[in-house]
Design a protein. Structure first.
Length: 336
């Protein structure tokens, strides 16, 4: 997962026992009638996807803390890293089970059996929400297929944190995760994405960042861009505002830590103005019973052209020939 916390640079607020009083709302235990079905979490036989900080430990929610303190078992990518995270959070003595891309085939049956036996399992990634660019999605799919409940405990994630702070359009976006590491495959993927009009978000390792920026410049041009790193940490940084400037910066100063790139979408191409074809389409709409105003509006929505410009085509200039199939009499001066 991108933006894994650096153990030596995390900001941390130790929480005392008074802050974790059993049953307190701030402890994350849901009240009766909550989304957990009216019972206290964790529920037996349930898989919980627990969001953990991507840098700043203060971002851990009370509900996430409660699940990490009380789940029967915690599955994680790296037991050493997660053990250190829990220790810094003041959560000790927990049972950790490694679950990563190298042992997922063996671990899946084990975790499913534990859920079947009634254990409540908390799944965490190295940082952020599990299931995004990590093996967690395989466990979620297997648990769903086995009929086990799956509950997400929301938390920080690098992709939306970088997106909303980038200044680029956030209403529609496309998340591509990590692009292929090899140059040829990476460029091929970028070429397939070059026409995407939505804002693009990708993750990249620091040692491949400059190569990715070079490929972006060659394939997509000097798009608006922000490279986010150290998100939520003291030295959080966003480098832009375009591909060339980011490339210049990171060519001089080697990046550290995984990066999240937010890339402006492809500029919308102006629709091609083919007057004879547009006239033909308009008169087909008139023949179907639409008024001139309705025909112009309908074709504008379909073609991307101005309704006013299309309506003007229905008032031909002297000497203009109408399409052969148009036989209707002129409507006079009425707007239709």
């Amino acid at each position: 997962m991108a933006d894994a916390p650096a153990p030596d640079s995390l900001s941390c607020r130790e929480t005392g026992a008074a802050d974790r009083a059993p049953g307190a709302l701030s402890d994350g235990a849901p009240e009766s009638g909550s989304a957990s079905g009216g019972t206290s979490e964790p529920a037996a036989g349930t898989l919980y996807l627990v969001g953990t900080p991507i840098g700043n430990l203060a971002d851990l929610s009370p509900r996430a803390r409660h699940l990490l303190e009380t789940a029967d078992r915690i599955a994680c990518e790296d037991t050493r890293r997660s053990g250190l995270l829990l220790s810094r959070l003041g959560i000790r003595g927990r049972s950790l089970l490694s679950f990563h891309s190298h042992n997922e085939a063996a671990r899946l049956p084990q975790l499913l059996a534990a859920l079947e036996a009634g254990e409540a399992i908390a799944l965490i990634s190295d940082a952020g929400l599990p299931g995004i660019s990590d093996p967690g999605e395989l466990l979620v799919a297997a648990a769903r297929q086995a009929g086990r409940p799956v509950v997400c405990i929301p938390g920080p994630t690098a992709l939306t944190t970088a997106l909303v702070s980038s200044g680029l359009p956030a209403g529609r976006f496309c998340f591509e995760g990590f692009l292929p590491p090899k140059g040829a495959a990476r460029r091929q993927r970028l070429e397939a994405l070059a026409g995407e009009e939505r804002t693009l978000i990708v993750y990249e390792a620091p040692h491949r960042l400059v190569a990715l920026l070079e490929d972006l410049l060659a394939v997509m041009g000097d798009r608006p861009l922000q490279v986010a790193r150290e998100l939520t940490k003291r030295h959080e940084q966003q480098v832009g505002p375009c591909v060339s400037r980011a490339l210049e910066h990171f060519s001089r100063q080697a990046p550290q830590g995984e990066c999240t790139l937010v890339i402006g979408g492809a500029p919308r191409q102006a629709p091609r103005w083919d007057e004879p074809e547009l006239r033909r389409s308009l008169h087909e709409l008139l023949a179907a019973g639409l008024s001139r105003r309705e025909a112009a509006r309908s074709l504008a929505e379909r073609s991307g052209h101005s309704r006013r410009a299309l309506y003007a085509l229905l008032h031909p200039r002297p000497g203009d020939a109408l399409p052969e199939q148009q036989t209707d009499q002129p409507e006079g001066r009425s707007a239709g």
